[in-house]
Every structure is written in C-alpha cells, then in structure tokens.
Design a protein around this ligand. Structure first.
Ligand code: ADP
Ligand code: MG
Length: 371
C-alpha cells in the first residue's frame, strides 16, 4: 500500500491495559509507598515499619498495627475498585480517608509481586495471601491460591517485590537505588511530620540501624526538630487559624450553610527571617493528604521574598483542612496538584497571616536589640 495507508485498529490485550493503567498510578517506589502509608493510616495504625531493598525496586515492605483485613475480604483485595472506604456516590463528598477508589493494591498486583499478611483482633491467627494481576495466586507451583494461616501480630504487612518486573520502560525510567531510596525517605519524613502520634521506622534490608525513626505520641514541632534538624526547629514559628466563623444567629440557617461551606482551618509551622535555606522546603497536606499546589507555593515564596535576602528560602509545613465537599477528590490520583473551592481567598488569607507573623517577629527582634 501507499506509505500513508492507515494501520488496522486492534483491541489491546486486557493484561496490557491493566499494566498500562497501573503504571499510571504507580510511578516509582515512592509513589507505591505513599499509597501503602495512607492505607496504614486509614487503618488506624500507630506504628509503621518500612523495610526497603534496592531503593524499593527489589523489595518494599510495610508493616502496621492497624485494624487488619478480614479474611473473607482477601479474595477480592487486589481487584480493581474494591474498597472498604466508599459505598455510595454521595459518600464521595464526605470522604475523610485517604484512599477511596480501591486502585492502589490492584495496580501493584499488575506491576509487582504482591503479598499480604494480615490479622484482625478477632482472628486467632494471621493469614497470608499472594496476588498477581488482581487475583489470588499460589505462592509456589502446586500449592493452592487460598490464603494460608500463619503466625503474625494484629495489623497488616504488605510486601511488594520486583516492582516493574514486567514493565521494562517504567523500570528504566527510574533513577539509582540510592536516589529512589531518598525519595522514599522524603515521603516518610513528610508523613511523619504530619502524624507525630504515629511511630515510623524505615531501614534498608540487612541494615542493623534505621535511617529514620520517630517515636509515637510526639508533637509536630518535636517531629520537625527530629526529622529536619535543630537549625530549622530553633527558628520556627507556629500558627493555627481558620476562616471567619459562621454566624450564631439561628434564624439564618441557609446562610449558615453557605458559611459552613467556606470554613477551613490551617495549622502552619514556618521558619522566621533568621533561617535561610538554599531550597524551599514546603510540606503541604490538604485533608491529611500530601499534595502539591504551585499556586500556594508561589504565594508563600512571595511573602518570604520581602523578608529574606535574595536566594534564601524558608521551611514551611502547612496542614489545611477544608470541607471535603470543597476539594476535588475525584481528580486522578496521579495528579498531585490539587484544586479546591475558594483557592484564591484561602491562599491570600494564609499569606497575610504569615506576612503579619513574620513582620511582628522581626519587629520584636529589633525591639529586643534596642533595650
Ligand atoms: P483504597 O485505599 O482506595 O480503598 P487500596 O487498593 O489502597 O484502595 O486498598 C483496598 C482495601 O484494602 C482498602 O479499602 C482496605 O479495606 C484494605 N487495606 C489495604 N491496606 C490496608 C491496611 N494496611 N490495613 C487494613 N486494611 C487495608
Ligand atoms: Mg489506598
């Protein structure tokens, strides 16, 4: 045929479709780990222990002491769109857990070897199950695929082995093991700051000492000191604030509803004008999920550009809680960049608060010098 003749359109194989879709959700070991961490936190864990081999490409193991998974649920655990966190469409608007679409474990089973050891409080022993391509599989040829009883503590251990073994392009897009490992540590560090009451431990397989370890029942400022160092902690300011409170008048129910829609709270820990870093460290959690907002980041950068010398940057940890109805949770999970209702006005109010705090702080410093 002529050079321009169209090729026939063919339907992709199911397994290939699943693998492509999974690769879009799980980009690299650190993104798999983020999903797994959120599952642990959703399960109410107070202790999370992570073990990593070869930057997570060989092994990513995460053990929690959360609620565990019911044995009866194990057969469908790694199927796509199976979740314990959402049952009706209206649930979507008040979702408070991290995950809700039941895609993480399914995705991992399409691009890695996934195994699970889990025990609920009421179960007398733990159960171990292995998964491939969304379904239970036998651990070794000749064995059954049924979950097997085993010893184990209350909680869940998820084991991800040979990530991207069947997607060579994904694998080759990864950096060195040490760089992937530092991305993993970065994700854990941020979640550890945001969850100071949860103990986190992360180590490499075979290493006697952890690379990251936090106690449970700590405070945010302690966690920041522990994880980011004393030089940040000693120059840290702290503020908690919220949008205008709703009117008390009981006759104004409808307006109250409107005000309620706009209410939000923010907790922010940020360095003062004495602290200067080469690169801005910005931790943003919206409704407890680690996200990115370039708009918020730029606005806060602008605040500091009036306080810090050129080339110097701050550390900022910002935890925003917005009415779940006002956050678009339905955006694809790969989109780390979030959008929410009244984004401009919320960003402005947070910038103003930081601006005032920094101004009054530098003012009082001048005052101190004068006395
Ligand atoms: P989602 O978190 O969106 O529900 P996942 O694929 O991440 O989807 O997890 C599927 C389900 O598996 C969860 O809804 C939860 O019931 C269960 N699960 C996963 N990880 C854990 C865990 N660490 N502890 C308890 N249950 C878990
Ligand atoms: Mg999840």
């Amino acid at each position: 045929g002529a050079p321009n003749d169209p090729l026939p359109i063919r339907r992709l194989q199911e397994s290939l479709i699943n693998r492509i879709a999974a690769g879009e959700i799980i980009h690299r070991p650190a993104s798999a780990l983020k999903e797994l961490l959120e599952n642990c936190l959703d399960a109410g864990a107070t202790s999370i222990r992570i073990t990593v081999k070869d930057g997570g490409m060989k092994l990513l193991q995460i053990q929690d002491n959360g609620c565990g998974i019911r044995k009866a649920d194990l057969p469908i655990l790694a199927e796509r769109f199976t979740t314990s966190k959402l049952s009706t469409f209206s649930d979507l608007s008040r979702i408070t857990t991290y995950g809700f679409r039941g895609e993480a474990l399914a995705s991992m089973s399409h691009v890695a070897h996934l195994s699970v050891v889990t025990k609920t409080k009421t179960e007398t022993c733990a159960w171990k199950a292995n998964y491939l391509d969304g379904a239970l599989v036998e651990a070794k040829p000749g064995q059954t695929a049924e979950p097997k009883p085993c010893a184990g503590n209350d909680g869940t251990t998820i084991i991800i082995e040979d990530l991207f073994y069947n997607t060579p392009t994904r694998l080759s897009a990864l950096r060195s093991a040490s760089e992937e490992y530092s991305r993993i540590l970065d994700v854990i560090t941020k979640y550890a700051v945001h969850n100071p009451k949860v103990a986190f431990v992360c180590k490499k397989t075979g290493s006697p000492s952890p690379d990251l370890s936090t106690p449970s029942s700590s405070e945010t400022s302690h966690a920041i000191r522990l994880l980011y160092g004393h030089s940040i902690a000693k120059d840290l300011l702290h503020s908690t604030f919220s949008s205008k409170s709703k009117p008390e008048d009981e006759d104004m129910e409808e307006e109250e509803e409107v005000e309620d829609r706009e209410s939000w709270t923010a907790e922010v820990h940020f360095t003062n004008a004495n602290y200067q870093s080469k690169k801005m460290v910005f931790l943003l959690f919206i409704n407890h999920r680690l996200v990115e907002s370039s708009r918020m980041k730029r606005a806060l950068e602008a605040v500091y550009s009036g306080v810090l010398p050129k080339g110097a940057s701050p550390f900022i940890y910002l935890s925003l809680q917005i009415n779940p109805r006002d956050v678009d949770v339905n955006v694809h999970p790969t989109k780390k960049e979030v959008h929410f209702l009244n984004e401009d006005s919320i960003t402005d109010q947070i910038s103003d608060t930081l601006q005032r705090a920094l101004a009054s702080q530098s003012h009082s410093r001048v005052f101190e010098y004068q006395t």
